[in-house]
Design a protein around this ligand. Sequence first.
Ligand SMILES: Cc1cc2nc3c(=O)[nH]c(=O)nc-3n(C[C@H](O)[C@H](O)[C@H](O)COP(=O)(O)OP(=O)(O)OC[C@H]3O[C@@H](n4cnc5c(N)ncnc54)[C@H](O)[C@@H]3O)c2cc1C
Length: 418
Amino acid sequence: MAVREAGDNSVKHFDVAIVGAGHGGAQAAIQLRQLGFAGSIGLIGAEAEPPYERPPLSKDYLAGEKEFARMLIRPEAFWAERGVALHLGTNIVAVDASTRELTAEDGARFGYGALIWAAGGTPRRLSCAGGDLAGVHLVRRKSDVDSIRSGLDAVERVAVIGGGYIGLEAAAVLRKVGKEVVLVEALDRVLARVAGPEISRFYESEHRAHGVDLRLGAKVAEILGRESRAGGIRLQDGTTIAAGMAIVGIGADAAVGPLLAAGAAGANGVEVDALCRTSLPDVYAVGDCAAHRNRFAGGLRLRLESVQNAHDQASTAAKAIVGRPEPYEAIPWFWSNQYDLRLQTVGLSVGYDSTVVRGRREERSFSVIYLLEGRVIALDCVNATRDYVQGRKLVEMGAVVDPGRLADPAVALKALAD
Ligand SMILES: Cc1cc2nc3c(=O)[nH]c(=O)nc-3n(C[C@H](O)[C@H](O)[C@H](O)COP(=O)(O)OP(=O)(O)OC[C@H]3O[C@@H](n4cnc5c(N)ncnc54)[C@H](O)[C@@H]3O)c2cc1C
């Protein structure tokens, strides 16, 4: 934590300043040191905690099954040992690219030689009436999940708003700890933005089988309040559902306000090139906030919200800074845990034109293989780690394979890569 005396206008200079002490920021600092970078590094983060892993927030940390200490990306002492100055609880609100200065909300100022912007995403809030009542929670930070957990005992039913990964994972945990769950999704299927209908339908039936009251095509009109606390939700069709808590997982916007205000090109994310450079001199961006052209999406510019992407882009930026540039070409991968189901994804299904289902959904072990013009572009593997591992090669190659053989579990995917 930065300690400053009143009236202290000094500017703390870092050869590399990193804004955002999450997955991308932490990895950038680690990688710089691994590459032998000897200059000063400042890791500046808005949250109070040293860098920690975010995925457990909607999984075992929410379930109370994982201690926070086990989520730290590195032990707390690591940062000082590696000469990385941590400035926690420090929210950067302005960037001046001409003087190379950052200003924090509390007035602290930092100078930089190079800047890595790794500020992640800002979770969307409900814009409807009651969206800011007590008992309405986001799931982005440790503090969000601590609030959920401290309120759960007093609650019988929870309304989960949003059927993306975070909402579904939270619903699975809540069922496990004995809560009634109603999950409301505005679209006509869950995971609609990230997976094909086969995966959506499978997860819908799993959640229903586990007792989740799943409402598809349902839009929340209002969070109903009881003495300024959430007491239920009202849907646009007039249905009301009692719930003492609401958990909102409706996506996140890139946290890039100060960088765009400083003149960086971008809109939904700051635009970066293959070396993670923004349009501002010596300013890089990595992770959830970086809109990059991804080779596994046919060169489309997009943002990826995954640990893999944050980690690998951070390494790309660090290499560019130390003068060993290597374009970002990492293959995307992702995972989600719900109940006893482990979903593993490799590649990007963006723009697919057909799918092949491999294995049997009834056995709760199968894969959906996404094809574009006959080429394998991605796999979603449910309890099918072998497909995930072996399918990676097919995605890397953009292999054209007979769909009948892809569908046949008796034919190993690795055999099809030869
Ligand atoms: C609940 C949850 C579950 C997830 N599960 C998975 C999963 O199973 N698998 C997977 O691959 N990915 C998962 N993700 C996504 C993954 O965690 C993110 O993609 C990853 O954390 C992105 O890293 P990042 O460094 O870009 O951002 P973050 O890790 O979010 O770090 C950004 C940090 O910057 C800070 N910050 C923001 N603005 C400022 C500012 N102006 N000044 C200073 N600091 C600032 C933030 O407070 C935050 O600490 C999950 C995410 C969430 C929220």
